[in-house]
Design a protein around this ligand. Structure first.
Ligand SMILES: NC(=O)c1ccc[n+]([C@@H]2O[C@H](COP(=O)([O-])OP(=O)(O)OC[C@H]3O[C@@H](n4cnc5c(N)ncnc54)[C@H](O)[C@@H]3O)[C@@H](O)[C@H]2O)c1
Length: 434
């Protein structure tokens, strides 16, 4: 923590929103930044930039519910850093969304976009709401009012939202339409992850899961693990976890365990992911799936696997369960699933962790392709998109692998070294205004 922040917080009983003792996602992010400081050379002069989001907008989202009453929801949009380009990052709908979480997610977007070298800064948004409790009409009203409220800071050249937990292409369509109505012209480039008919990109829906698969196979190759027959465990069977699991299975791996918000299941001979995707589509979760055995949620972490993919929420691998995890490689599909304390435990156990800022960057990479296609009104084939995605992911993985080997640091610290250097170099070359 900087000395300025320390003195500010010790003098007051209410801590600053930037406080590093926050054990939530923001505190976790600050610890990750501190770890990279010794490797930044002269750029470290600018490090404080990374510890402060550039801009935070908190909005009230009131809507009329179907029963005639009025409900209010908390909404956020945080632009962490825009030194390298417009803000970019998803919008999350979840009942537990907090400012700390959205701040951390926006900062990880800055790091991620720099790690894979797409020309964006980092941003993120969220609404504190459980969308499962809303009707379709209520969901649309929440989305449109939120978009209108954050409309003063988003735009195709300023900040471009995308889907995240519990948001999808329909929500992106409503966001694009609301923003466009307020502008008086159709602005397809204001969000990515849109339906194909509205300027969305082929391959975007699968992109994050595909990226997880690409870096997972690259990591396996480096440690001499054959994907054929490899045992995969996945937490979260939504967009990211579901697609990644399917691709690993198609490549000959066995998906032996899955956990989501409805429970955990296990089958050592391999779960049929197509059948499981269908079950989740019909019932909303993996719980009750007849093709595998139910297991307790905390037992999920103890199941022996070769590759473990956390693809749900942050702070899932902590000092409480890290020591019990028996796997060779962790590929972080989710953002921020591993705390720094757990990172250390896993490192001591010799588990290779491929950090979120590289592992799940496939989504933002194809979002970037979507944005470029929208601006040029020229659309590429799915094969072109997947090939370009694979190239970006492999190049990012290899660059981070090399920095990790040279500096004898974890892949996470290496990814932060690569990314923070890029961000802080941009900061330095632009100079401070005024
Ligand atoms: N969708 C993307 O393109 C994208 C890109 C980068 C990172 N991510 C990250 O990947 C993660 C998953 O996102 P998604 O888009 O797949 O979301 P999603 O809404 O499609 O799926 C979320 C999954 O997490 C599970 N889950 C929720 N709460 C849980 C809990 N308490 N315990 C266990 N499982 C729980 C849900 O059941 C669901 O299977 C998030 O961390 C998100 O930020 C997503």
């Amino acid at each position: 923590m900087s000395s300025q922040l320390q003195s500010a917080t010790s003098a007051q009983s209410i801590p600053s929103y930037l406080h590093a003792d926050d054990l939530g996602p923001w505190g976790n992010y600050l610890r990750q930044v501190d770890r990279v400081a010794p490797y930044l050379g002269s750029s470290s002069r600018w490090l404080e930039t990374l510890k402060r989001p550039k801009r935070i907008l908190i909005v009230d989202v009131p809507i009329e519910l179907d029963n005639g009453t009025v409900a209010h929801f908390e909404g956020y949009r945080v632009q962490h850093n825009v030194s390298r380009g417009p803000g970019k990052g998803g919008v999350r709908y979840h009942q537990d969304v907090t400012l700390s979480e959205v701040m951390a997610l926006s900062a990880w977007m800055s790091v991620k976009n720099a790690a894979v070298n797409v020309p964006y800064g980092g941003a993120k948004g969220g609404i504190r709401v459980d969308p499962r409790t809303l009707s379709r009409g209520e969901l649309e009203r929440v989305t449109r009012r939120y978009t209108s409220e954050i409309g003063i800071i988003i735009g195709p050249n300023t900040d471009i939202p995308a889907p995240d937990v519990n948001t999808n292409e329909q929500i992106m369509a409503w966001m694009m339409d609301t923003y466009s109505m307020n502008q008086g012209q159709t602005a397809t480039g204001v969000v990515t992850g849109k339906p194909i008919t509205l300027g969305g990109s082929l391959g975007r829906r699968e992109a994050t899961g595909r990226g997880v698969f690409v870096v997972g196979t690259e990591a396996a190759r480096r440690v001499g693990l054959d994907i054929k027959g490899a045992r995969i465990a996945v937490q979260g069977f939504g967009n990211v976890g579901g697609i990644a699991a399917r691709l690993f299975e198609e490549a000959g791996a066995k998906v032996i365990a899955v956990q989501d918000h409805t429970g955990a299941i296990h089958k050592s001979s391999g779960i049929d992911t197509h059948a499981l995707l269908q079950h989740v589509g019909n019932t909303g979760g993996v719980g009750g799936f007849a093709g595998a055995d139910p297991v307790a949620n905390d037992e999920f972490w103890m199941i022996e696997s070769d590759i473990l993919i956390p693809a749900a929420l942050e702070n899932q691998i902590t000092e409480k369960n890290a020591a019990k995890i028996r796997t060779k490689i962790i590929v972080e599909g989710a953002n921020g699933p591993t705390t720094t304390a757990a990172d250390d435990i896993l490192h001591d156990k010799g588990v290779l962790v491929i950090p979120d800022v590289v592992a799940n960057a496939g989504g933002v990479t194809v979002s970037y392709f979507e944005w470029v296609q929208d601006f040029s009104s020229f659309f590429w084939t799915e094969d072109e998109i997947n090939q370009r995605l694979e190239r970006v992911m492999r190049e990012a993985f290899n660059a981070v692998w090399q920095v990790a080997s040279e500096n004898k640091v974890s892949m996470r610290t290496a990814a932060f070294i690569v990314a923070c250097k890029r961000i802080l170099m941009a900061r330095e070359m632009r100079g401070l205004y005024p």
